[in-house]
Design a protein around this ligand. Sequence first.
Ligand SMILES: Cc1ncc(COP(=O)(O)O)c(C=O)c1O
Length: 500
Amino acid sequence: MSDRLAIPEAGLDHAEILNQLKSFREGDADWKAGRTWALVYYAGQAHADLIKQAHHLYFSENGLNPIAFSSLKRMETDVISMTASMLHAPPAAVGTMTSGGTESLLLAVKAYRDRARKLKPWIPRPEMVLPRSAHCAFDKAAHYFGVKARYAPIGADFRADPKAMRKLINRNTILLVASAPQYPQGVVDPVEDIAALARAHSLPLHIDACFGGFVLPWLERAGHAIPRWDFRVDGVTSISADIHKYGFAAKGASTLTYRDMSYLKHQFFVSTDWPGGIYASATIPGTRPGGPIAAAWAAMHAMGQTGYTDVAQVALDTARRLHAGIEAIDGIRPCALADAPVASYMSDSDDVDIYVVADQMTERGWEVSRQQGPPCVHMTVNANQAPVVDAYLDDLRAAVAWTRSHPEARKAGEAAMYGMMAKVPIRAFVKQSVLKVMESMYAPGVRGMPDLGKLGAGEGDDPLLRLVDKYGDQAMALLDKAQGAGARLKAAAEKLDPRR
Ligand SMILES: Cc1ncc(COP(=O)(O)O)c(C=O)c1O
């Protein structure tokens, strides 16, 4: 008989269920203590309690049918109106709430693809041009909707390079993309220059402000110089902004706002012949939970413009303290001075492998976001993290010192795996390896995550992951060489590019 879990024959006692649920959390990231620099956005317990209540009030309602639940449609309209005001949208602006940043980006790409099908039916294979730093949900959208993503290299300051983007525009281009800010380093792309490009080529321009849409306006209001990026820029046709990030709503709430209906109408879906009835839907899901809509409405009303501004200011101050502290540590440096409450750092010395530093910070109890291209660490900063800055910097100093005195550590644990993954020039191999990890995660009955650090040490069956364990430094050195050769080849190819 299989030992697969089944629904219990008789329902369990409610108190016991709740106890179990609480106990499951024991190994989770300790975000309330401020040790998690991503994933959770927090504006204090009183605010969290309010949005929980709001969510709870509309827990069962379903936005799928706005006639049955006109309350949800009303709140969605209010949320979009408040967002459009914040983004300086014209009076004709329209939009929808979505379940999150990814859905907003998927829908934007789908809408622009369908618009191009209508307006430019001669385009066989639509393409969008975006900076390499654009969120990977665009890649997902490209994959789902058959739009080719053409990535332009970014500048040394991590911002989009409009000249590099211009080179990728051709007769199949249907959309340009920029971020405000991009996630990895938190810098805002030069939207005014990219919008000029969009106008010159009569192309729509989507601004992905999923991450920063609910914080940059308030930093500007507080007097910070933020490069222009919203609807005040002529040529910006749509903006995505997540309320479940710096808008401090419950998870499952983003917005997608268009300059006018001529864009939004391509997002809609109508099925006319289903025996279940005529079915019209503005976004991807069928059933739309009411809770996140009500919680977003509550969050925006509770924070108010002054609340958002105060919290944004403290978050930015906290990020700037981290930035200054990182600058003062020998062996690492900040990647960039972010426009949003973000800090990020990379190695500044041959004897500091940033992935070993990351492993060391994990050991010291911090949740760490490892990034690539270049290898670095990302930190999304919230106001409630102001009290932990000194402790973080103390640990970071110690982690860098430890890394310097343990050169062998780059061959072990997650550092080895990330180091390897970042360097392998043929990305299809990396993809294969990650797919293998996903297969092991979703194998029957697997409840947690496989130990990534051990996958290379003979526990996984993926050849790439095992390679690093077996050949360690030799494999790394080979990959370094391959990367160098790759970069030289790319530079040579660029010189030969006739469009330059
Ligand atoms: C710039 C940007 N766009 C899109 C997303 C995707 O948002 P979500 O995780 O809510 O789907 C993120 C998430 O961090 C982001 O930073």
